[in-house]
Design a protein around this ligand. Structure first.
Ligand code: ADP
Ligand code: MG
Ligand code: ZN
Length: 420
């Protein structure tokens, strides 16, 4: 058995690699500069943790969130790996233990918050300890146009130059602008080996429909799936409440959820959704972050999401168990106008607004697709080899024509209002 497979089994306790992991691990172990894009939950951490064990010396991991670093360090230590973090959240003992392990040459993974890179002392220390790899988690934080921009991530390029070691960057954000920015800022524009994998969720059926009595459309969709757990995303808080009531009137188990509710009520809704079969939550985008329910059978959008990334993330909550799941996204000219004005009236700097419009446009392109939706969606995320047969356009080739005309009418009406 090769070394990587041994670590996989003996240290991490997994029988096999997930799709895409093995190629990435291999490239990182061999000291290539790597940019790996994988969806959330795809298993990115392993792609730098395993190579850290296989390589000589210390792997420095830059990660944006202290809680996240601490979790990973704890899990690694439980698996018997020498890992430590230098963060502002450390106790003195923890910091001392990290230094001891470094001095004795035992430490394999050193997690650091990007803020630390600002001090000359940190750089001196990193030069001294024999760093052989820099791993950057959540690498999209380097993108100034993105929503998670961390100015301290801009120091990572300097660190790579100073240490002159390979760098492996990981993110779930796959749009082309963000990728380009990562390559510019972390790799000085020199193309790394790039891996883009695993964005397809083949069990999720994709469908869009022009709004034509949206309340009835959602009620019909839910009625056809009675007794199954689902989420309906709405554009406003008021709508979550009225639509949840309408679903209850139609005999479903249903609750609303939005950011204006008491924290206790929100927690209660989350718990009931996790535990009770057949519950429908009607929610704003505030719902979902902490939800870990594998058997959500459907996700509907009563209003158009704000971007193709948001769409993908929200429908991605369905069918985590791999069993068939269905989605329906409604949209009309008013949605498009609203999303445009939200971007234009927001506080984001002009470059970011341009990027936000592009992400909304990509979603409109998906709504307007003439052939397979999965193809449009995954092409956007950079994947090229796509097989589908599980979207509304693949299902009903004969009906495409009519549906498309309705969609095109809605879109061109929005265009004529001049808000593009
Ligand atoms: P990401 O950072 O891409 O969102 P994580 O690295 O947090 O994903 O991994 C998500 C989950 O998948 C974790 O619970 C992890 O233990 C698990 N996982 C990763 N690789 C494998 C594998 N090869 N086999 C089984 N589970 C895995
Ligand atoms: Mg991660
Ligand atoms: Zn298709």
């Amino acid at each position: 058995m090769c070394a990587a497979a041994t670590y996989l089994r003996d240290v991490f306790g997994f029988d096999s690699f997930r799709p895409g992991q093995e190629e990435i691990v291999d490239a990182v172990v061999h000291g290539e500069n790597v940019l790996a894009i994988m969806p959330t939950g795809g298993g990115k951490s392993l792609c730098f943790q395993l190579p850290a064990l296989a390589r000589e010396g210390v792997t420095v991991v830059i990660s944006p969130l202290i809680a996240l670093m601490r979790d990973q360090v704890r899990a690694l230590r439980e698996a018997g790996v020498e890992a430590g973090a230098l963060t502002s959240g450390n106790t003195d003992e923890e910091t001392a233990a990290v230094w001891d392990a470094l001095d004795e040459g035992r430490l394999k993974l050193l997690y650091m918050a990007p803020e630390r890179l600002g001090s000359g002392a940190a750089l001196g220390m990193l030069r001294r300890i024999g760093v052989s790899l820099i791993a950057v988690d959540e690498a999209h934080c380097v993108s100034q146009w993105g929503h998670d921009f961390r100015p301290d991530y801009l120091r990572i390029g300097d660190l790579r130059r100073a240490l002159n070691v390979p760098l492996a960057a990981f993110t779930a954000t796959a749009d082309a602008e963000t990728r380009d920015e990562i390559v510019q800022r972390l790799f000085d524009g020199e193309a790394p080996s790039t891996f883009l994998r695993g964005f397809d969720r083949p069990n999720i059926h994709l469908a869009f429909a022009a709004k034509d009595g949206p309340r009835r459309q959602i009620l019909d969709f839910a009625a056809a799936r009675k007794g199954q757990s689902g989420i309906v995303y709405c554009g406003t808080r008021a709508k979550t409440e009225s639509l949840a009531a309408a679903l209850r009137d139609a005999g479903h188990l249903s609750m609303h959820y939005h950011g204006g509710m008491d924290p206790a009520d929100r927690r209660n809704a989350e718990t009931r959704f996790q535990r009770e079969d057949g519950m429908i939550v009607v929610a704003t985008v505030a719902f979902g972050m902490g939800i870990d329910k594998p058997d959500i059978r459907w996700v509907a959008h009563a209003d158009l999401p704000k971007s193709i990334e948001a769409y993908y993330q929200e429908i991605g909550r369905a069918g985590r168990d791999g069993a068939p799941a269905e989605t329906l996204t409604l949209f009309g000219p008013d949605d498009i106008r609203l999303r445009r004005s939200q971007i234009d009236e927001g506080l984001a700097p002009p470059e970011r607004r341009v990027a936000d419009h592009a992400r909304l446009n990509a979603l409109l392109g998906l709504a307007e697709a003439l052939k397979c939706r999965r193809q449009s969606l995954l092409n956007y995320f950079g994947e090229t080899e796509i097989s589908c047969g599980n979207c509304d356009l693949c299902d009903r080739p004969a009906e495409i024509f009519d549906g498309t005309i309705a969609v095109r009418k809605a879109l061109s009406a929005a265009l004529r209002t001049g808000e593009w």
